[in-house]
Design a protein. Structure first.
Length: 114
């Protein structure tokens, strides 16, 4: 399984970005998919997840600003990020979970300037 993340970039505070994660196979094969982020010197943290049935979860720090969604036909999971803050600056990583197995994409850099 390969996960290809894209869509990161440099944006001013208050701006928006949409991240995409394309899987090499059907995303319906996974129990769930999600986005994590990791800033230099910090632990990796969960941002949002979406299950096969479409149930979503958001970290409290992004709730109300970020939206995770999926397009099964395109084998793609998205993360719409609005009202971005400088503290959202990080490498964002796509994740796919299948029971005890976890697959990771290469990450995409998001930088929010103040």
């Amino acid at each position: 399984v390969q996960l290809q993340a894209s869509g990161g970039g440099l944006v001013q505070a208050g701006g928006s970005l949409r991240l995409s994660c394309v899987a090499s196979g059907s995303i319906l094969s996974f129990n769930g998919m999600g986005w994590f982020r990791q800033a230099p010197g910090k632990q990796r943290e969960l941002v949002a997840t979406i299950t096969k049935s479409g149930s979503t979860y958001y970290a409290s720090s992004v709730k109300g600003r970020f939206t995770i969604s999926r397009d099964n036909a395109k084998n793609t999971v998205y993360l719409q990020m609005n009202s971005l803050k400088p503290e959202d600056t990080s490498v964002y990583l796509c994740n796919a979970a299948l029971y005890d197995l976890a697959y990771w994409g290469q990450g995409t850099q998001v930088t929010v300037s103040s």
